[in-house]
Design a protein around this ligand. Structure first.
Ligand SMILES: Nc1ncnc2c1ncn2[C@@H]1O[C@H](COP(=O)(O)OP(=O)(O)OP(=O)(O)O)[C@@H](O)[C@H]1O
Length: 259
């Protein structure tokens, strides 16, 4: 308890914030899940959110997308109350959320079509990302013909194709084996660096958070608060065996261990 209090949150204010989460509170009946959460996300930042199982990470994302209505507080996107209909957001989830009846190219095009982009722009974006994720030769394949890694690449390509200002990722690599995970993490970093999009990435995996992030938000157990925001300035590309990497990983692990 002493340790938990010692690391109580000091919010880092971001002058160029694209997202402001301000005193967000969410209950389900009597169950208080998100307990006065505040943090900012800077434009172009890669933010990882880590926390114990069931602490409310998905509830947070669902509040962001307005699937859930907050009981208190607000979420501002570029200074306005967030609205997924209006603002440029995209989501990538854990499940392979490809559409079985569409081939690779059509899956990637889907979000662009929904947004009503002109055909030429759709083509341009599809061509760009299909090459970036290495699926050019598989464009006419259907999901059932693809490996786990390819499926996840399709989902990632679909997210990036719309060039969202904010990309929300909820444990996207949770189900994959380690080797594949490392490969896709590197691909994600390349895409992020090439596009300059802002990413919020939720994970249970502390090593993954240290590998990917510019900053890590550590959540407490329910009722959930932000326990600590940690700037991650490790030089990229990161080496998971370096002393600095291991030190930061251990520091986050200690925070997760104490409630
Ligand atoms: N629609 C709902 N109705 C009632 N309770 C809910 C609902 N959604 C989530 N909860 C409760 O809120 C808490 C947080 O759930 P949530 O799924 O957001 O946690 P999480 O951190 O994403 O979990 P995990 O680590 O397993 O991914 C849990 O106790 C869950 O039972």
């Amino acid at each position: 308890m002493g340790q938990a209090q010692a690391s109580a949150q000091t919010k880092i204010t971001q002058p160029e914030a694209i997202l402001n989460v301000d005193h967000l509170t969410k209950k389900f009946g009597d169950l208080l899940v998100l307990n006065d959460i505040s943090f900012d996300v800077k434009k172009g930042e890669f933010l990882c959110i880590v926390g114990p199982t069931g602490c409310g990470k998905t509830t947070f994302l669902n509040s962001l997308t307005r699937l859930y209505k907050a009981d208190d507080g607000k979420i501002l996107f570029e200074g306005e109350e967030i609205d997924p209909q209006k603002h440029d957001l995209a989501y990538i989830f854990q499940e392979y959320s490809t559409m079985e009846w569409l081939n690779v190219e059509e899956n990637i095009r889907f979000g662009l079509k929904v947004k009503g982009y002109p055909k030429e722009l759709q083509n341009e974006r599809v061509e760009k990302v299909i090459k970036m994720v290495g699926l050019d030769a598989y464009r006419k394949y259907y999901p059932r013909q693809l490996s786990a890694s390819m499926l996840q690449r399709v989902v990632i390509a679909r997210g990036f194709a719309v060039e969202p200002k904010l990309l929300l990722m909820d444990e996207p690599y949770g189900q994959l084996d380690l080797q594949l995970k490392y490969k896709l993490e590197d691909e994600l970093l390349n895409l992020w660096q090439e596009t300059g999009t802002t990413v919020i990435f939720i994970t249970h995996n502390i090593e993954e958070a240290v590998y990917l992030s510019d900053r890590i938000l550590v959540l407490t157990n329910k009722p959930t608060k932000v326990k600590k925001e940690m700037i991650n300035n490790l030089p990229r590309p990161r080496k998971i065996s370096s002393d600095d990497f291991i030190n930061l990983r251990n520091e986050v692990t200690e925070l997760i261990k104490w409630w």
